[in-house]
Design a protein. Structure first.
Ligand SMILES: C[S@@+](CC[C@H](N)C(=O)[O-])C[C@H]1O[C@@H](n2cnc3c(N)ncnc32)[C@H](O)[C@@H]1O
Length: 319
């Protein structure tokens, strides 16, 4: 899929929101297939995450648990997690919220395919304006929810703390805000791959980390903040804050779907950061992206896929 920085962020390249001046703006629509493929690979982990959030909410238990009736998936992309939530919380309506209509179309098509059509709805909203109702589309705010989920979207907004404050503000008492941000960077190659200088993955990470920093600094209203997500949730007024990390671990040899994802990922690396790599690393990247080469990512036997997704959570006090 898209370039994936050392901090577990996701980004691409294009002209979507038009905020970048140095190749850090993002065309989300062109990333639709990559986003959905990656989320498909991650499905087992996402189902575990949903089950964990269900436990945190006490949903399904008798007594003090929160009845989960409405869930917001903020920056849903193609809605893979929205559908997982609709499966996990059988009584809930799930609202997939995103600024890219083509991705919301995918979310609707997916929900239809999975027989969840009635319970997954979509809302086109440009954030952060869309959180408060002043989104320029005249569509109003997002309403309240028992669970607000946002995966790898908050870091695309200038004011991350302000966004969390707004998301915490739409929670019903006892509701949970869960944000997937940070985590453990993706690994998919051995240290020495037999071409070029060993350790290329770390150099990809370093180049992508610089790209990410430039991307954030160019966002409208960009504010630097220490990215301690549980502490930020606490400042948003939530209690019981904490985090957990789940790993996707696909050992070699990879199947075609995982290889196709890595091919798309490396294509993004070439598009976004190849200028920051030296000539030898650029040559290595070309070999990895050669579909005919036995050392290419589509064919080499040693490629694997390992990464960790960290989810930070907090609960709105009942008062
Ligand atoms: C990296 S993708 C994450 C998609 C999905 N949540 C996932 O984890 O796979 C970021 C998503 O946020 C959306 N997005 C980014 N900036 C946005 C903004 N300012 N307003 C609304 N949506 C935005 C993009 O359209 C994209 O679908």
């Amino acid at each position: 899929m898209n370039a994936h920085s050392a901090s577990g962020h996701e980004h691409g390249h294009g002209h979507g929101h038009g905020h970048g001046h140095h190749g850090t703006d993002i065309d989300w629509e062109t990333m639709a297939t990559e986003l959905e493929n990656k989320a498909d690979l991650q499905l087992p982990v996402s189902r575990e995450t949903a089950a964990r959030l269900r436990k945190l909410l006490g949903a399904g238990s008798t007594g003090s648990g929160t009845a989960v009736r409405r869930i917001l998936d903020i920056g849903s992309g193609p809605g893979v997690m929205s559908c997982v939530f609709a499966e996990t919380f059988a009584d809930a309506e799930v609202v997939a919220v995103d600024g890219t209509p083509a991705l919301l179309d995918r979310a609707l098509a997916r929900a239809e395919r999975l027989g969840l059509g009635g319970r997954v709805v979509v809302r086109h909203a440009e954030l952060p304006e869309g959180l408060t109702g002043d989104d320029g589309h005249g569509e109003g705010g997002l309403g309240t929810a028992d669970l607000v989920w946002s995966s790898k979207a908050v870091h695309h907004l200038g004011d991350q703390q302000g966004t969390l404050d707004a998301l915490a503000g739409v929670l019903r008492p006892g509701g949970v805000l869960a944000v997937a941000e940070g985590g453990v960077p993706m690994r998919f190659l051995p240290r020495d791959i037999g071409i070029g200088a060993p350790g290329i993955q770390a150099r990809f990470d370093a180049a992508q980390e610089s790209w990410f920093t430039a991307m954030r600094s160019e966002l409208p209203g960009s504010i630097a903040v220490i990215e301690d997500w549980p502490a930020m949730l606490g400042r948003a007024g939530l209690t019981g804050v904490g985090s957990f990390t789940s790993f996707l671990d696909l050992p070699a040899p990879l199947d075609d779907a995982a290889r196709a994802f890595l091919y798309a990922h490396l294509t993004r690396v070439r598009e976004t950061v190849s200028e920051s790599l030296d000539a030898e690393d650029r040559r290595t990247l070309d070999v990895l992206l050669d579909p005919e080469d036995a050392a290419g990512i589509l064919r080499r036997p040693d490629a694997f896929l390992l990464f960790g997704t960290t989810v930070s959570t907090g609960v709105r006090p009942r008062r």
